[in-house]
Write a protein that binds this ligand. Structure first.
Ligand code: NAD
Length: 325
């Protein structure tokens, strides 16, 4: 019997093609012991039926909870997360059932760090405000919209893991100083990465740009709230690349409305897709992207390669990198 891989249907684009390209699937097509099946794009949560149907699941948006692997027919052996964050998977429940969970840190490291810098440059240059001046016939209003120069500025990174470290590497030429808050990275490690270790509120006080890059878990939920924003400078910008619930969104909205901070770049929000009545949508000092600023052809084909390789290594009894449980 062939080893059956279910692939998240939300990875199919509107032309009915894999959004990560066909190339990375070739390594599966070349084998006669493996078959793939595209799952229903509407699925929000894996079911017992799915975990009894597939030996492996390449998982993007659907959630994987305890219940879906509790059936007696469950034959799922590995969940390969398309991306890095795995807060949508009940890691403990998978471990109890000996189901391996992997992610794709190598593929996303550079693209997410570049996306964070994209926000830095767009916010500092007032890119979208100036674009709007041109389109709305307000060219001569440009003297009222000076950007925020990057000389002598401080970048503060909350969560100095794989992407945070890459961001430090890419940012050293732009920033005078790079500081980071991460309780799990020592002072010495932080220096080796190129940043100064600071505590939480010192990061808020000193940074001209704060970039959030920690993972979401029970300790980081609501980590950033009004007390953090109150400590930020009114000229500073806030960028969230991590997960929406790490930030108390209402506190952020207030800080933006009352000009407690200068602006924000948000790739992630509390509710995705965002509600159309969310106040963030009306804020001119905020740039919003649909949890996709890092999505490029390169990024997606690399994620697919890394995710599929984990499954094939499992089948071939080879070492599996990037296990998260
Ligand atoms: N926007 C996107 O498209 C996108 C893409 C990839 C990843 N992400 C997010 O970025 C996160 C980071 O990715 P990564 O590959 O760098 O992960 P990682 O696990 O290498 O790094 C996360 C870091 O956060 C730190 N951390 C944990 N708790 C913390 C706390 N209370 N305060 C501060 N730091 C804390 C950890 O010590 C670790 O160093 C992911 O978990 C995911 O949520 C977003």
């Amino acid at each position: 019997m062939k080893f059956k891989i279910g692939i998240s249907g939300d990875l199919i684009n509107s032309n009915g093609l894999p959004c990560f390209g066909e190339k990375s699937l070739q390594q599966v097509y070349d084998r006669d012991d493996v078959e793939i099946e595209w799952m229903d794009p509407a699925i929000k949560q894996l079911s017992k039926e799915m975990t009894s149907r597939y030996d492996a699941i390449l998982l993007n948006l659907p959630k994987a909870n305890k219940e879906c692997v509790e059936g007696k027919d469950c034959k799922l052996k590995i969940i390969s997360r398309f991306g890095v964050g795995y807060d949508s998977v009940d890691i403990k429940a998978m471990k109890e059932k000996n189901i391996i969970v992997t992610n794709t840190p190598n593929a996303v490291r550079r693209p997410v760090a570049v996306a964070a810098l994209t926000f830095v440059f767009a916010l500092s240059g007032k890119l979208f405000i100036k674009d709007d001046l041109v389109r709305s016939g307000q060219w001569n209003d440009r003297t009222n919209h000076m950007g925020f120069g990057l000389t002598n500025k401080t970048l503060g990174i909350v969560g100095c893991g794989s992407i945070g470290t890459e961001l430090i590497k890419l940012s050293t030429n732009f920033f005078e100083k790079i500081i980071s808050y991460d309780p799990f990275v020592s002072k010495k490690e932080m220096i080796n990465k190129g940043a100064e270790k600071v505590d939480f509120f010192d990061l808020a006080k000193q940074s001209d740009f704060v970039v959030v890059l920690c993972n979401l878990n029970e300790n980081t939920k609501d980590l950033i709230d009004k007390s953090f924003f109150k400590n930020m400078k009114p000229t500073s910008f806030f960028i969230n690349m991590s997960r929406g619930p790490v930030v108390k969104e209402n506190d952020l909205i207030l800080a933006l409305e009352k000009n407690i901070i200068q602006g924000a770049g948000l790739d992630v929000m509390n509710q995705e897709p965002i509600n159309q009545d969310n106040k963030l949508l009306s804020l001119k000092n905020t740039i919003l992207t649909p949890h996709a600023l890092c999505w490029t052809d390169e990024c997606f084909s690399e994620i697919a390669n890394e995710a599929i390789s984990s499954i094939l290594n499992f089948i071939d009894n080879k070492p599996i990198e990037n296990k998260v449980n």
